[in-house]
Design a protein around this ligand. Sequence first.
Ligand SMILES: [Zn+2]
Ligand SMILES: [Zn+2]
Ligand SMILES: [Zn+2]
Length: 163
Amino acid sequence: MSDDTRPWEGIFPHRDHDHLRCVTDAMADAARLCRARGARLTTLRTRVLEIVWQNHKPMGAYDILAVLAAEGRSAAPPTVYRALEFLLEQGLVHRLSSLNAVVGCSRPGHAGCGQFLICRSCGNAAELNDSAVERAITRSAASQGFAVQAHSVEISGVCPDCR
Ligand SMILES: [Zn+2]
Ligand SMILES: [Zn+2]
Ligand SMILES: [Zn+2]
């Protein structure tokens, strides 16, 4: 599943990209991954993931609840939070602390994680996941006697389409 030899090229979705393809791929990846892990992708978990994948903008729990409510689903907030926790644990979505929101992972199952580019103009976010950055953080922290277990770097700027 994770293939570190493949370069992360063109990670930012272009304005006219085929987003239906993103959604189809994401849902197929999620189904495959959960089946392989014996994790249950319930109807609600599937729907929450689809909602997160509406676009490439990070989404907060309240936005997700609002969409579900508009669909006439009376999902209680804790149920939705648990569905989100499941998606986070499975690596199907990632949490962006600076926005208190989640974004769909375009390559679930990948090794390493934690660098995101967030466009302050259109709001889209993309995963950078540069292993050189990861190594630099680990090395720098180690020089302070610190053992890195996870890192999260959220970089704000302007995406190719918005520049
Ligand atoms: Zn897309
Ligand atoms: Zn990811
Ligand atoms: Zn942008």
